[in-house]
Design a protein around this ligand. Structure first.
Ligand code: URP
Ligand code: ZN
Ligand code: ZN
Length: 489
C-alpha cells in the first residue's frame, strides 16, 4: 500500500537556488515529504506539472502593509488585499513592518499589527520592526524581548523628520542588535542634503513631483550608505541596506563585502525598470512614480542588474508602499502639494517575481537559480526563515509556484489585486505568470482565482539569522576592539 499524501505534483521542472531537477513533489500536512521521479503515492489531489517550471514561493522581505505613516496616512492595502495581491504574483511569505512612532511602546505596536493581520492574511507573514524612538527602555528591554520572540530584524531611518536617528542613536541601535543577534536594516539617505536641495528647489518655485528625484540626490544616498556601513563596522555589527538605487551606494556595499564586513543589501523592481524621467508627467501624475530613493537613469539600472547578478544584492524586494493618488494617499496634504510634502512609495508586491522572471531570466541577465535565490532563498536566509521558507526540500513548507513561462501578459492595474489604483508598470508587456500558487500545501491561486479564506495565513516567528552574527572579518586597523585590545562592546 503506497503512502497517502495530501498533494502530489508530478513531472515538475523544479528549480531551487542551487539545483534543477525533473521531479515529483509529495506534500503532507503542509510540508514537502518526498521528492523524486515516479513517486508512488496515494494523493488526495494530484497536479500534473507537465514539465512546467516550479519554484519555491517567493519571500518578499520588504513591503508596507496596513501601515500608518508618521504623517497619519494609511497604506491603501490592508493585510487582506496586500497578501492576496502578493499571492497572485507568486509570493507566499511577506515580511512587512510593525512601525513604531515616537513615544509608542514597541510591544504595543507589535500587538496592534498582529490584531489587524491575523484575521486577514491569506499567506504567511512575519514582522520587521521600525524603531524611531530608541529610548533606554526600547533598547534595553523591549527590543531584546521582541527579538527573543521572533522579531529578529528592524529598520531604522537616516531621513524623514519623524523617523530619523542621528549617528549616535544608530550606534546604540547597532550595538543592541549585535548583542541580541538581530539584523539592522537601514534606509540610507542623507537628511540634510535632501532638505537643503528641496528648500532651494521650492524657493525657486519647483514644486512638481519630478523635483523629488532631484532633491533625493544620488549623492545623498551614497553618502548615507557609506556612513551607515561605517557606523555598523564601528559597532562591529551586521547591516542590511534596503532599497539601493544607485551605483555609488552599491560600490560602497561591494567594497565592504570584499573587505569581509557583514554587509547585506537589496534592490527593488523600481530601480531596474523605472527612471527619474517617469516622474516627469503633467500635473500630479508623476507622483505615481515617486518613491524614496527615487528611480535614477539607465546607467544606474544597468548597475543594479549587475549587482543582482554578481551577488552584491542578496535580496530582491518590492518595497511595496501602496498609496493612492488622492487625498487618502499621496496627496493628503493637498491636490497640488509640493513634492517635499507628498507621501512616497510605489506598489510592486504582485509584479515583483513576474517582472524579474520575464526581464531578468527571459532577458538573459540572470539564470533561474539566481532568480530563486534573490526572490526566495536569500531573503529567507537573511531574515531567519530558512529552510522552512525559501526552498523546496523535504521538511520545508510546501510553498510552491507552478509557472506558465509562455504566457504573455500586458500589465494593467485593473488586472492586479492591490488597492492602489495604478501601477507604475502599466502597459509593460512581460512573459510568464504563475498558473498555481501553493502555500503550505494549500492551492491558494489557481488560474488567476483566489482560493483561500482571510485569516488562513500564519504568523512566522523568526530565528536569529546567521546574517546578524557580529561584524564579519574585522578590517585590519579599523576595529575599535582591536585597538582597545579586548572586546569593547
Ligand atoms: O518611498 C518609499 N520607499 N516609501 C516607503 C517607505 C520606505 O522608506 O521604505
Ligand atoms: Zn525606506
Ligand atoms: Zn520601504
Amino acid at each position: 500500500m503506497s503512502a497517502t499524501v495530501d498533494l502530489l505534483i508530478t513531472d515538475a521542472d523544479l528549480v531551487t537556488a542551487t539545483d534543477r531537477m525533473r521531479t515529483d513533489i509529495a506534500v503532507r500536512d503542509g510540508r514537502v515529504v518526498a521528492l523524486g521521479e515516479g513517486l508512488d503515492r496515494n494523493a488526495a489531489r494530484t497536479i500534473p506539472a507537465g514539465g512546467r517550471l516550479v519554484t519555491p514561493g517567493g519571500v518578499d522581505a520588504h513591503c508596507h502593509i496596513e501601515q500608518r505613516a508618521s504623517t497619519g496616512v494609511m497604506t491603501a492595502d490592508d493585510f487582506l488585499s496586500g497578501t492576496i495581491s502578493a499571492a497572485h504574483g507568486g509570493t507566499t511569505t511577506v515580511l512587512p513592518f510593525a512601525a513604531q512612532h515616537r513615544g509608542q511602546s514597541l510591544r504595543e505596536v507589535v500587538r496592534a499589527y498582529h490584531a489587524v493581520a491575523e484575521p486577514k492574511a491569506v499567506i504567511d507573514y512575519g514582522f520587521h520592526l521600525i524603531v524611531s524612538d530608541p529610548t533606554e527602555t526600547v533598547l534595553g528591554q523591549e527590543l531584546p524581548a521582541l527579538i527573543e520572540d521572533g522579531y529578529t530584524s528592524f529598520k531604522v531611518y537616516m531621513t524623514y523628520d519623524a523617523l530619523r536617528l542621528n549617528d549616535r542613536q544608530m550606534l546604540d541601535v547597532f550595538a543592541t542588535a549585535r548583542r541580541e543577534g538581530a539584523l539592522v536594516m537601514v534606509h540610507a539617505e542623507n537628511h540634510d542634503m535632501i532638505g537643503w536641495l528641496a528648500d532651494r528647489l521650492l524657493t525657486q518655485g519647483h514644486r512638481a513631483p519630478k523635483f523629488h528625484t532631484v532633491a533625493h540626490s544620488r549623492l545623498a544616498e551614497g553618502e548615507a550608505t557609506r556612513r551607515a556601513i561605517d557606523l555598523a563596522r564601528l559597532a562591529d555589527a551586521s547591516v542590511f541596506i534596503v532599497h539601493v538605487s544607485e551605483p555609488g551606494a552599491m560600490a560602497a556595499i561591494r567594497q565592504a563585502q570584499t573587505d569581509g564586513a557583514n554587509v547585506f543589501a537589496e534592490t527593488c523592481p523600481q530601480y531596474l525598470f523605472l527612471t527619474a524621467e517617469d516622474t516627469d508627467k503633467p500635473g500630479m501624475d508623476g507622483a505615481m512614480w515617486c518613491c524614496s530613493p527615487p528611480p535614477r537613469d539607465e546607467a544606474a539600472q544597468e548597475a543594479m542588474w549587475q549587482g543582482l547578478a554578481n551577488g552584491t544584492f542578496a535580496v530582491f524586494s518590492s518595497d511595496h508602499a501602496p498609496y493612492t493618488l488622492d487625498a487618502e494617499g499621496k496627496l493628503a496634504k493637498g491636490p497640488d502639494v509640493a513634492f517635499k510634502h507628498m507621501v512616497n512609495g510605489v506598489p510592486g508586491l504582485e509584479v515583483r517575481m513576474p517582472l524579474l522572471l520575464s526581464e531578468g531570466v527571459g532577458g538573459g541577465r540572470i539564470d533561474l537559480n539566481r532568480f530563486v535565490a534573490v526572490t526566495a532563498t536569500e531573503p529567507a536566509k537573511v531574515y531567519g526563515l530558512f529552510p522552512r521558507k525559501g526552498t523546496v526540500a523535504v521538511g520545508s513548507d510546501a510553498d510552491l509556484v507552478i509557472w506558465d513561462r509562455e504566457r504573455e501578459v500586458t500589465l494593467r492595474w485593473e488586472d492586479l489585486h492591490d488597492r492602489v489604483g495604478y501601477t507604475p508598470y502599466e502597459g509593460r508587456r512581460i512573459r510568464g505568470w504563475p498558473d498555481l500558487v501553493i502555500s503550505r500545501g494549500r492551492v491558494v491561486i489557481e488560474n488567476g482565482t483566489l482560493n483561500a479564506d482571510p485569516g488562513t495565513g500564519r504568523f512566522l516567528p523568526r530565528v536569529r539569522p546567521d546574517s546578524a552574527r557580529p561584524g564579519g572579518r574585522p578590517a585590519a586597523g579599523l576595529s575599535p576592539s582591536e585597538a582597545f585590545g579586548a572586546d569593547l562592546f
